[in-house]
Design a binder for this molecule. Structure first.
Ligand code: MG
Length: 381
C-alpha cells in the first residue's frame, strides 16, 4: 500500500488524485487531506477515504467541520496545522496541489522526512528552486513532477543520459487568447480569460494560462527540475495539447509523451513510478485526432512568458518577485479591479521596484515574497 497525503484535496488536482485513489483501493491509501475552506466537499472526502487527519484554513471552518464529523479524524488549523499534517510521519507520498506560495513550507517538511514529493504546486520550484533541489539531494527525497509538461519530460528522460539532451520543448496550448491580437487583449473579460480550450483547472492557473505566465512558470520549473540552461528550454504552441512535451537528444532523436489531455495521467505516473498501473480511463484514438499543429509563441503579445525568461537570467530572488507579483495581479484581475493587460504591467512594476537578493536562504525568500506583496498593495491601493 502506498500512503498518500493530499494537500489541496478539493482543487482540480486534488479531486483527480482522489479519483485515482478510488480506482486503486488495494494499492493506495489516503492518509491526510488539506483544504482551504471547502468543508462541504472535505466532509464527503473524509467519509469516503477515512484519513487520519485533515487541515483546514481557519478556526471557523474547523469548528463547523467538527460539528459535522465529530471525532472521526483529527482536525488541524491554519499554516501551523498544515505543517503539522506534513510532519506526521505516516505517509509515503506528499501530493502537493496547493495554490501559490503557500505550497513551499509544507513541501520542505516532507523533503526533510525523505518522502516522495509529487509536485503539482509549481510556485515551490519557481520561488525556491535551488533550495528545494539541494534539500532533496541532502535528504534523499524524490521529486516527481505532476505538471503534465514536466511529467512528459521526466518520462522521456527515463533511461537517458542527461548530458545527451540537446533541448527540451515545453508545449503550450496557447490558452483562450491564442488567436486574439495584442490590442484585442485590452478588453477581454474575466469570463473570457477563464474559458480555457483544453484543460479544466482552478481559476489562478487558468488565468496564468491565458497570460501564458503558466508556461513562463513552467520554464522556470523546468530550469530547476532538469538542471538545464534557459537556452535549452524552448516553448512551442501546440493547441491540441496531445503532445505533453518533448526532449530532443544530441543525435537528433526526439522523445515525447502523448495522450488526450487529462491530469489523471501525470498524477497517476507520479504515484505509481517506477511502476505503471493498468488504467483504461483515457483512451487516445489518433484516428479521431485529425491534426496536431505547432506555432512559435508570440513573445510580444504574451509578455509574461518573456519576463519569465528574463528572471531566470537575473537569478536570485527575481523569480520569487515575479511569482508574488503575478499572484497579486491575478487576484486583482479576478476581483475585477484591473484589466487583463495590467497583469504584465504590475509584474514589471514589482521587478523594477523590489530589490533582488542573491544567495538567498529560505527566510530571505519568504521575506522577498512578503516585501513584493506589501510593495504592490501600497502601490495599487
Ligand atoms: Mg502544465
Amino acid at each position: 500500500m502506498k500512503k498518500i497525503l493530499v494537500l489541496g484535496s478539493t482543487g482540480s488536482i486534488g479531486i483527480n488524485t482522489l479519483e485515482i485513489a478510488r480506482t486503486f483501493p488495494d494499492k493506495l491509501k489516503i492518509i491526510g487531506l488539506s483544504v482551504n475552506n471547502n468543508i462541504d466537499l472535505l466532509q464527503k472526502q473524509i467519509s469516503e477515504f477515512h484519513p487520519c487527519a485533515v487541515a483546514v484554513r481557519d478556526k471557523k471552518s474547523a469548528a463547523e467541520l467538527k460539528v459535522r464529523i465529530g471525532n472521526s479524524c483529527e482536525i488541524l488549523i491554519g499554516d501551523e496545522g498544515l505543517l503539522e499534517l506534513t510532519r506526521c510521519n505516516n505517509y509515503d507520498i506528499l501530493l502537493s496541489a496547493l495554490v501559490g506560495f503557500a505550497g513551499l513550507a509544507p513541501t520542505i517538511e516532507a523533503i526533510k522526512l525523505k518522502k516522495r514529493i509529487a509536485l503539482a504546486n509549481k510556485e515551490t520550484l519557481v520561488t525556491a528552486g535551488e533550495i528545494i533541489i539541494d534539500l532533496c539531494k541532502k535528504y534523499g527525497a524524490e521529486l516527481i513532477p505532476v505538471d503534465s509538461e514536466h511529467s512528459a519530460i521526466f518520462q522521456s528522460l527515463i533511461g537517458e543520459n542527461k548530458n545527451n539532451i540537446k533541448k527540451i520543448i515545453l508545449t503550450a496550448s496557447g490558452g483562450p487568447f491564442l488567436n486574439k491580437n495584442k490590442s484585442e487583449l485590452e478588453n477581454v473579460t474575466i469570463k473570457d480569460a477563464l474559458n480555457h480550450p483544453n484543460w479544466k483547472m482552478g481559476n489562478k492557473i487558468t488565468i496564468d494560462s491565458a497570460t501564458m505566465m503558466n508556461k513562463g512558470l513552467e520554464v522556470i520549473e523546468a530550469f530547476w527540475l532538469f538542471n538545464l540552461p534557459k537556452e535549452k528550454i524552448e516553448v512551442l504552441i501546440h493547441p491540441q495539447s496531445v503532445i505533453h512535451s518533448m526532449v530532443e537528444f544530441c543525435d537528433g532523436s526526439i522523445k515525447a509523451q502523448l495522450s488526450l489531455p487529462d491530469m489523471k495521467l501525470p498524477i497517476l505516473f507520479a504515484i505509481s513510478f517506477p511502476e505503471r498501473y493498468y488504467f483504461d480511463t483515457i483512451n487516445t484514438d489518433f484516428k479521431k485526432i485529425n491534426q496536431l499543429t505547432f506555432f512559435e509563441p508570440d513573445f510580444d503579445k504574451f509578455e509574461c512568458l518573456k519576463t519569465a525568461y528574463k528572471v531566470i537570467e537575473e537569478g536570485g530572488t527575481a523569480p520569487c518577485i515575479l511569482n508574488a507579483a503575478n499572484e497579486i495581479a491575478v487576484e486583482k484581475f479576478l476581483s475585477g479591479k484591473i484589466k487583463f493587460t495590467q497583469i504584465p504591467e504590475i509584474i514589471d512594476e514589482a521587478l523594477n521596484g523590489v530589490a533582488v537578493k542573491f544567495n538567498a536562504d529560505l527566510q530571505t525568500i519568504i521575506e522577498c515574497d512578503s516585501a513584493t506583496r506589501e510593495y504592490l498593495n501600497k502601490k495599487l491601493n
